[in-house]
Design a protein around this ligand. Sequence first.
Ligand code: PMP
Length: 427
Amino acid sequence: PYSGPSAAEILAKRQQYLSPSMHCFYQKPLNVVEGKMQYLFDDTGRRYLDGFGGIATVSCGHCHPDVVAAIVDQTRRIQHSTILYLNPAIANFAEALASKLPGDLNVVFFTNSGTEANELAMMIARLYTGSHDIISLRNAYHGNAAGTMGATASSSWKFNVIQSGIHHALNPDPYRGVFGSDGEKYAKDVQDLINFGTCGNVAGFMSESIQGVGGIIELAPGYLPAAYSSIRKAGGLCIADEVQAGFARTGSHFWSFESQGVVPDIVTMAKAIGNGIPLGAVVTTPKIAEVLTRRNYFNTFGGNPVCTAAGLAVLNVIEKDKLQENAHVVGSHLKNRLTSLMAKYEIIGDVRGQGLMLGVELVSDRKLKTPASAETLHVMDQMKEMGVLIGKGGYYGNVFRITPPLCITKEDADFLVDAMDHTLSKM
Ligand code: PMP
């Protein structure tokens, strides 16, 4: 049994010693002391179904035994100082990762986070093309360092960053966007930005295929092929940010860009790649990767043996435990059940997403789509009391984000929906 400090004691320490910007979910924050596959345990031993997966980070399941074994085994052998020498872990994982990507996307740079991966991708695009302008989508989240904070397009996540050479295109949001589900119409805005906001040449375009932080927004069908075509005509590279939606989460495909039928020039990833271990990566083609030989490029922890050993174990577990298939089967069932709640509750304005990356948007008026933000918080709190944790997002904070570990079962999915149903019925 747990014998550490209480939730109240931890909260007091956080308030005294940690950044005041750090915040917790829930009126009574949870002290999570253990995780096992799709479940989390608090300090009283109470079990919760984890419907958020550490923000789509826990892919295989909390403390999956194979991943833990790989980390422990590598930790015992060598943890670091391999950066200027050879070591099998990094090479084996790079090879395995490259085999999951289409075309000649087979050169890997390892980083420690999604932000670092996107910063590097933006720099590579600028070096390769000799251009500076980068287009990203409104409502995107790409990170919080100097360059990526510019590419992130939501005032909730921006400080007074100098946004050099970044343009934000209309978001192809089928629910709130002006052109509904017509992806090609939204993509015209990318061409307009090139024509009227740049010299006609751009370094690149970066986007998620399903926006995570932005509230689980699937880009309207047909958007990426049309946007990529405009970007390539302007000499730019297309960057797919798979930090949240990659690694089998969408079920139908391993990478979320695949459902739009495109092949990017650069793919960035993090979160699920390490099942919770800090790891990120940029994958590109040999020709594009060449630009980093012009100077010295170095990252002390990027690709260290412990994290890359974990990464290789994650890929093996996704295969062995058939997690992509599970994301598809359980995710489809979960989405169907969530969608059926729409007939019962006016407050549900939209249910969307793919596989185990699902969103439920709450509105107080279906026609006006008025965000029901306070209600969203209330339902989350009540579901926690019933033993179910989910996330929230979207600009107005009125979208439930359901991104559980990919190992959840149909019974877990039913439990989650029943808890939501029960809470909504009491409102
Ligand atoms: N891209 C996307 C799509 C993300 O969701 C995030 C994190 N929420 C990032 C990039 C940044 O990743 P990190 O927090 O690891 O820097």
